[in-house]
Write a protein that binds this ligand. Structure first.
Ligand code: GRF
Length: 176
């Protein structure tokens, strides 16, 4: 599930597509990730978030997931909060660009950078009913070097995401 750029999605597809079936879900019909999926010939499902009231959207998404019966729901830059019913009924994993519990929510790389922390990183965690509060599976730290630009820090964080997320997914799914 992804809402935007989709670099993690593309990386996961490239590294895991020979081993597992992957489909994309997005709630954002303008997301760049849709173009990535097209190029990669990955089936895309869209429920346009803006066309429904919140409860309707949540119910549609729940029914869609029920039908799909995914072994694992992988959030990769999915920007909406999942309903408790969805969280309680599916195995869901997320990647977050900070060392949780520090800097949950949005713009975490920038928040860590502006705060002036010396170490930040990436967290992969299970999804529970809270925002970025689920049980931590793995973390990797990144030193924020003096004088590094925000752009370069973002690059460093994304490189780590691209290394750890597929590796952890493979482990969880029991594939080599
Ligand atoms: C990543 O930084 C991920 O940690 C966060 O959203 C971002 C998605 O980036 N949850 P991309 O769309 O995969 O490029």
């Amino acid at each position: 599930m992804a809402s935007g750029n989709g670099s993690n999605f593309e990386n996961i597809v490239k590294k895991l597509r020979n081993k597992v079936d992957i489909e994309l879900f997005t709630e954002n019909k303008n997301a760049y990730v849709i173009q990535r999926a097209e190029k990669l010939k990955v089936k895309t499902h869209i429920i346009d978030f803006k066309s429904f009231c919140r409860d309707e959207y949540d119910e549609k998404l729940y029914k869609f997931l029920k039908k799909q019966t995914p072994e694992l729901v992988v959030l990769a830059g999915y920007m909406k909060i999942l309903s408790p019913k969805i969280v309680d009924n599916f195995k869901i994993i997320n990647i977050h660009p900070s060392l949780l519990p520090a800097f949950p929510g949005i713009n975490s790389i920038k928040k860590a950078y502006n705060y002036g922390v010396k170490i930040t990183g990436v967290t992969v965690h299970w999804v529970d009913r809270g925002v970025d509060t689920g049980k931590i599976i793995e973390q990797k730290s990144v030193t924020i070097e003096k004088d590094i630009s925000l752009k370069n820090l973002e690059k460093k964080i994304h490189e780590i995401e691209h290394e750890i997320y597929p590796r952890i997914l493979k482990k969880i799914l029991g594939i080599t």
